[in-house]
Design a protein around this ligand. Structure first.
Ligand code: ADP
Ligand code: MG
Length: 226
């Protein structure tokens, strides 16, 4: 069970969650994609499924729909089932904190091999942090060149503070024509066979007990976005 989240809106959480779920389903395992962004739904639109006004996660959490009623098989992709948001509630964080969510996730774990959960941005609401502790791992999405470092760091620290299992970061929308892309690509091989210069840099930074200087030759390290 994987939660997909990020620091800010429009970084590609929904896109990444849907891509991941579709891929897992196409590999042949029963996969469930839950739209837990009860503030700005996106899964339904992206997968051409029902959204918003129909029953969904919020209706189940509010006690007006059963779990069976809100799980919808994708019409075209075998093995893919989705739970849309349902009507947007005024109190998403309260709903997501309810014991009904824990109950549902316990039940759904027995029915699906993979569960991918889409969520709102961490800096906008506590929803994703609340969800993170119920999942097996969290994927953070970062939008290349746009996510401010400070926002990412604060979001990551919040997740670390609740001791969820941070799986890694998805670097979204990398511009392969940007000069930085070629710069890092060109220098990439050096990290395998440390040349004399690199080796001495590694040594001196390790000996000093600090990693700060080891990255100084990358010009983009001083910029404020990732
Ligand atoms: N790699 C990408 N390249 C181009 N557009 C993208 C990419 N990833 C996301 N988008 C677009 O950016 C917008 C926000 O993406 P979305 O997945 O809805 O973000 P979030 O769920 O974090 O708010 C959408 O219009 C989406 O189609
Ligand atoms: Mg989204």
């Amino acid at each position: 069970m994987i939660l997909v989240t990020s620091a800010l809106p429009r970084e590609g959480k929904t896109t990444a969650a849907a891509n991941l779920a579709v891929t897992l389903a196409q590999l042949g395992d029963r996969t469930l994609l839950i739209d837990a962004d009860l503030r700005k739904p996106g899964v339904g639109r992206l997968l051409n499924m029902l959204d918003g006004k129909y029953a969904g996660l919020s209706s189940y959490l509010a006690g007006v729909s059963s779990l069976e009623l809100v799980t919808v098989p994708h019409p075209l992709i075998p093995n893919l089932v989705a739970i849309p948001t349902g009507p947007l509630p005024p109190n998403p964080a309260d709903l997501l904190s309810s014991h009904k969510l824990a109950e549902a996730l316990r039940q759904l774990r027995t029915e699906y091999k993979f569960i991918v959960i889409d969520s709102p941005p961490i800096m906008a609401a506590t929803d994703a942090v609340i969800l993170s502790v119920q999942t097996d791992g969290v994927l953070m999405v970062v939008r290349s060149g746009e996510t401010p470092k400070e926002a990412f760091t604060r979001a990551r620290d919040l997740l670390v503070s609740v001791k969820c299992h941070l799986l890694g970061v998805v670097l979204n929308a990398v511009d392969s024509s940007a000069p930085d892309y070629y710069y890092s690509y060109r220098y990439y091989p050096y990290s395998y066979g440390y040349g004399p210069q690199e080796a001495s840099e590694m040594y001196s930074s390790n000996a000093g007990g600090s990693e700060e200087h080891s990255h100084s030759r990358y010009p983009d390290d001083d910029e404020n976005s990732l």
